[in-house]
Design a protein around this ligand. Structure first.
Ligand code: DHB
Length: 312
């Protein structure tokens, strides 16, 4: 926790996802006001990803089924070294198709110039593969094998949980293992948006199912941050993600308990100026309220613990 807090000098960074899969895109992020350079979730082998159309902007966000297009982990190990010169943390994101692959990927980045490793346990867009973090037995098995492969802090990219029993189980596993941060939430998988004129889905793979992003998922993301903030009791750094497009959104995530926020959909839409804009808007709110990031974090008012109540 302390290590991760010490690394990040600002509150807003890009989330793994859009415009972070090649060196030129990563250098654009490095030169922006993003607090870090988060790289696209990578796999052992390069992947083309799913058939187009696979990303569709919507009035309040987007739906996507990219299918992990990436250049293969070896390239991102190389990019980690090249990106060093920008003097901000580089975060690798890894997505394996089985436990052995997660081990190989984490090991590779433990021996790289990346500063943090985000282990993506929640990619929803691979046909025939379930999201690891919905299978607690599998999640624990993988964690047991990757937690001590090096000294760089590792974290977990989590899916949206919608039942407090699931948050509790996930938190119990996280606290048992050597996890420094969590990122919640990933886009919400297996949602369907229909183009009624065409009488078909707006994206084509997986029967039109894809990950929902943006404003649509913000309340779910906020709830996940809040519940994990309570359950993890400040022992684990929390990145909030899901529908953050303004300083007010960032401030809401701060109140819920996020240590930093990642942005994807707004970055895809607006480009790299979004980091500075959101940061400035957040700072104005904090100034007006005479608060700091530290003094506001987790300070959601009138919110008696849901978790204690549920136990009765
Ligand atoms: C992809 C989507 C995700 O939500 C994710 O976490 C990783 C990869 C994708 O489809 O490329």
């Amino acid at each position: 926790m302390i290590v991760v807090r010490g690394l990040l000098k600002k509150y807003v960074l890009n989330a793994s996802g859009p415009n972070d899969s090649n060196l030129s895109e990563l250098e654009t992020i490095a030169k922006s006001d993003s607090a870090a350079v988060m790289m696209k979730s990578c796999t052992i082998k390069p992947r083309e990803g799913n058939q187009e159309p696979r990303y569709k902007r919507l009035p309040l966000g987007a739906i996507q089924s990219m299918g992990l297009p990436n250049e293969g982990y070896e390239k991102y190990v190389e990019y980690s070294s090249i990106l060093k010169k920008y003097n901000k943390p580089v975060i690798a994101s890894v997505a394996g198709f089985n436990a052995d692959e997660y081990v190989a990927l984490v090991k590779a980045f433990q021996n790289s110039d990346a500063d943090l490793v985000e282990v993506n346990l929640s990619c929803p867009n691979i046909e025939g593969k379930s999201q690891v973090a919905y299978d607690f037995e599998q999640m624990e098995k993988i964690l047991g094998r990757i937690e001590n492969l090096g000294n760089k802090p590792i974290g977990l990219k989590l899916p949206a949980y919608l039942d407090l029993a699931h948050h509790k189980k996930a938190a119990e596993i996280i606290l048992k293992h050597n996890v420094s941060f969590i990122t919640c939430i990933n886009s919400i998988g297996n949602t369907l948006v229909i183009d009624y004129e065409a009488a078909g889905p707006v994206i084509k793979t997986n029967g039109g199912l894809g990950g929902l992003c943006g404003d649509y998922i913000k309340p779910i993301a906020l709830a996940n941050v809040r519940v994990f903030y309570e359950l993890l009791q400040d022992k684990i750094f929390i990145f909030g993600v899901g529908g953050i497009k303004s300083g007010t959104d960032a401030y809401e995530f701060l109140l819920a308990g996020a240590d930093a926020v990642q942005v994807a959909t707004v970055f895809e839409k607006e480009g790299p100026n979004c980091f500075e804009r959101i940061n400035n808007e957040l700072n104005e709110i904090l100034k007006r309220k005479n608060l700091t990031i530290e003094s506001a974090r987790g300070k959601l008012k009138n919110s008696k613990s849901l978790l204690i109540k549920q136990e009765k």
